[in-house]
Design a protein. Sequence first.
Length: 251
Amino acid sequence: MAYELQSLERALDLLGLLASRGPLRLSAIGDELGANQTTVLRTLRVLERNGLVRRDPRVNEYALGTRLAELGQAAIAGIDVPRSLRPWTTALSRRFGCTVHVGMLRAGMVTIIDKVDAIDSVVRYSSLGTRMPLHATSIGKAVLALVGVDDAREIGLTPPLGVYTPHTITDLDALRADVRTAAERGYSIEREEYQMGFACNGVAFRMGGEVFGVSISGQTGDEGLIADRGDALKAALDEFVREFRGAATSI
């Protein structure tokens, strides 16, 4: 049993090495893993037979096999995003007494697929299935920071931009500047641009070819409070991405 576990650990170390370093010769793999070439070759042959490693006979180098992509896609397809995010969204809602939304990019808008309300929720304008505009919400602007405003026409954002409050950004140049700042900061901010009386923060990430967003929505407060909510939201998403490293990427 100990030998089998050691062999499994060696195989995992080998795959990790090829993932980080790219194609390598047998001798280089042995040197990096601190194992003799005969042992490494046995491991490589098992991985190669199962499609996890491929060998280029022209240069006698080994690289990751295409079956890993198949397994990765299957693993990603099995992830229930709202459920997987729930520990973080619930913690954020309780910490700040705010509503946390999870949305998915669909036809130029963000469709809400999960919502965690605080005990004394003040957010009444959303429910599951609500579609939120990209340019006027924190979750939408986070999505724009991820996909890029210049590519927004491809996802359905076209002028004229709708007006929801006196604070809605309707000028594309102003929106680009706001989204660029969000990307640099790591989260977006929306101040009474969709609903009066509310300030929200948003982050976005990709998983399985889809674009998702998460926002924390509360009553307008001082700038320090808004920044605290944004920093906490960004930290939560960073943890989520680390948990699902290789499957999720964020702004």
